[in-house]
Design a protein around this ligand. Structure first.
Ligand SMILES: [Zn+2]
Length: 226
């Protein structure tokens, strides 16, 4: 059963109560309930437990991140803040990614090795982020009253974004496409504000607060798993 962004396995048994299990390593959600329980009650029960479920999943995901990724079916991956189950599909055609409500289908050629599967996903991430950015940069340039000459996307290990204030060029971390959109917007705002103030001083943060009062929450969210 699909509830919001969650795929829930419903198992009916001869029992009186209902309970939820979240299974490692992928955070699959299983609900065990009485035989004749109606769907609405199930939905309400899961809805009331949603924070707990997400916490459990995040815990498993954090454990999972410590082991190197294999890019195989059953691993989880993120896109715009939502978690998806990775499914590798081998075919004899150009690689592609097809997103479903809870699954990210990665089509690769037969015999593709881990590095090739990874590359297909990374390229897709890059395309998705590059498609998002012009609109968002334009929006925040107008609000903040600055403009960049150039922007780009790259893999970065330690920073979410950088700003070369002389060249008026910003770089954004490719991984931002896995984060909720407001987190991406926070990084854009942060880098654009550097065009008003280079240093991370009081003046800088008061600009950020002016344009995005919720920034602290977004920044905390951004750094939660890294
Ligand atoms: Zn900065």
């Amino acid at each position: 059963m699909r509830i919001g962004n969650l795929e829930v396995d419903v198992v009916r048994k001869n029992i009186k109560n209902l309970y939820i299990k979240v299974h490692p390593p992928n955070g699959q959600v299983c609900l065990i309930c009485p035989q004749k329980l109606d769907e609405l009650t199930i939905r309400e029960f899961v809805g009331a437990k949603i924070d707990w479920i997400k916490q459990k999943q995040a815990k498993f995901e954090a454990q999972h991140l410590k082991s190197p990724r294999q890019y195989i079916t059953g691993e989880s991956c993120y896109f715009q803040g939502d978690r998806y189950l990775l499914k590798i599909i081998y075919h004899q055609a150009a690689p592609k990614v097809v997103l479903e409500p809870t699954k990210l289908n990665l089509y690769v050629r037969y015999g593709s090795i881990k590095e090739q599967r990874e590359q297909v996903l990374i390229e897709w991430y890059r395309q998705q982020l590059k498609a998002e950015l012009p609109g968002l940069i334009d929006k925040w340039e107008r609000i903040i009253g600055v403009s960049v000459n150039d922007w780009g996307v790259k893999k970065m290990k330690t920073r979410w974004g950088t700003c070369n204030t002389q060249a008026k060029r910003i770089w954004l971390n490719l991984e931002l496409i896995t984060k909720p959109k407001h987190c991406l917007e926070y990084v854009i705002v942060h880098e654009l504000v550097h065009l008003l103030e280079r240093q991370h001083n009081e003046r800088f943060w008061s600009y950020v607060t002016l344009f995005m009062p919720q920034w602290k929450q977004y920044q905390a969210e951004l750094n939660r798993y890294c």
